[in-house]
Design a protein around this ligand. Sequence first.
Ligand code: GDP
Length: 363
Amino acid sequence: MEAGIVGLPNVGKSTLFNALTSTQGAQAANYPFCTIEPNEGIVTVPDERLRRITNFIKPQKVIPTYLKLVDIAGIVKGASEGQGLGNKFLSHIRQVDAILQVVRCFEDDDVIHVAGKVDPVSDVETIETELMLADMQTLENALPKAERSAKSGDKEAKVRVAAIQRCQAHLAQDQPLRKLEMPPAEAKEIASYGLMSAKPILYIANVDESDLHGTGELASAVRVFAEKVGASVVPVCAKLEAELAELEEPDRSEMLESVGLAQPALSLVAREAYRTLGLQSYFTAGEKEVRAWPVPIGATAPQAAGVIHSDFERGFIRCEVYSLSDLEEFKSEKDIRQAGKLRTEGKTYVMQDGDICHFLFNV
Ligand code: GDP
């Protein structure tokens, strides 16, 4: 699962990307993805529940989950018609699972705005429009072939035609595909198109140092827009985050305190991006390691086991599960078991965020 950073030029994408990924060099070795391209980075997803678990279980290692970020660079108006590096960027967006759009909410006369003035809602609409136009083209190109196949009796192609037409009708009303409800069979038929306005999106409001919590007019306008299109917003001051990322402790904590932030906003970005990707975490906890694992919301226990190793999914028998609050109440797994709070769950169990598990499986 990966998220792509997009935005107009000069909104702070690179500043943010570098801050997010700068301290991660050492983590990359731990990371299960094979190759990391120059415009890709690995970001830790901070999770304070890991620390709470280690209050009771003392492991040799603590391993968080990670996200892969792709810096997709600037999109400009007209990208869907090939303006700028238009089509190349759009093809990158097609491959990511979620979009993180950096939106300029900071005023700075020294930083030129491509549209001449700082107007975050207009910027967000510009990009949304480009994504929708590109989707229209994709659908238009795909329709004739699907219709031909449908005519010659291909049942799946018939479903595909219905899906394409449903999306076209929705886009014609100037609505991104993100909020379109579609029968699963139709969604499956067009999944490979990588329709961009259907991808979950998170707006990162790059705010002024004077508005770190994003309560000002510009960031608030983004929030109102986001609600309409089914997206979330996190306020971040990229410039400040870049400075914070350069500091070592205790200087970093001192600087955070002096600006009135409880934690770097980058932590919030990573967590929100994770959620935008539709992921949640479960934990394995033993003396060797305490580790967070990413799993799609709604995944079953065997699927969760498969994140650790595909053999675990195939040979899944059952899992033993407890919660962090059980651990905090009973202090050890042994005492949780004795209290009868260690649950045994089978193949149909739907994982809950924060479950602490052991999987039992056949190999
Ligand atoms: P990109 O084109 O979107 O990747 O933008 P950059 O990250 O290169 O930033 C463009 C310019 O804006 C650079 O000069 C940054 O230093 C500046 N910049 C980025 N974030 C902020 C911010 O939060 N506040 C201010 N004042 N300037 C910023």
